[in-house]
Design a protein around this ligand. Sequence first.
Ligand SMILES: CC[C@@H](C(=O)O)C(=O)SCCNC(=O)CCNC(=O)[C@H](O)C(C)(C)COP(=O)(O)OP(=O)(O)OC[C@H]1O[C@@H](n2cnc3c(N)ncnc32)[C@H](O)[C@@H]1OP(=O)(O)O
Ligand SMILES: [Co+2]
Length: 146
Amino acid sequence: MKLGRMNHVGVAVPDIDAAIVHYRETMGAAVVTRPFDLPEQGVRVCFVHTPGHGGSEGTQVELLAPLDDQSPVAGFMAKNPAGGQHHICYEVPDIAAARAEFEAMGKRILGPTRTGAHGTPIFFLHPKDMQGILTEIMETLREETH
Ligand SMILES: CC[C@@H](C(=O)O)C(=O)SCCNC(=O)CCNC(=O)[C@H](O)C(C)(C)COP(=O)(O)OP(=O)(O)OC[C@H]1O[C@@H](n2cnc3c(N)ncnc32)[C@H](O)[C@@H]1OP(=O)(O)O
Ligand SMILES: [Co+2]
């Protein structure tokens, strides 16, 4: 397994519109995408872009709000009502190969590989096997390849 680019940090928030105001006005974010629902992932989501260096793509902050009580973010929000850092997402060139490698290492994979907010395949690794960090692995978007 070779560590890829950090694509985004997932941040769970109780109110996505209030969070957008925070990132724009307090943090000076120039680009925040319009929020949209991803019912198959149980979340409402949008992205705060951070600038990259030397023409490279910056990392994003992924704002997440649970759509309902069944959302995978619902338990986290119950424990952290004000929200907080939820997961870190790294890119890989080949999702199937990455999944097989983590499986071979005995890491617990949370559910099937599915399509993430960037439109590419993703899967999640259990935080207890990943140094306490819920870890998302995402196949690199072709036009974002670095
Ligand atoms: C927007 C789409 C997509 C993208 O394209 O980027 C996304 O990012 S979707 C993001 C939301 N989806 C997911 O998180 C899917 C994977 N997550 C899960 O399957 C579950 O959330 C979970 C990780 C299994 C947690 O389930 P939950 O029922 O809330 O908690 P547990 O009680 O089972 O937790 C066990 C244990 O783990 C600790 N924990 C839980 N969440 C986190 C976290 N985010 N970071 C670190 N640790 C976490 C929890 O505290 C428990 O610990 P103990 O209390 O010590 O037992
Ligand atoms: Co994510």
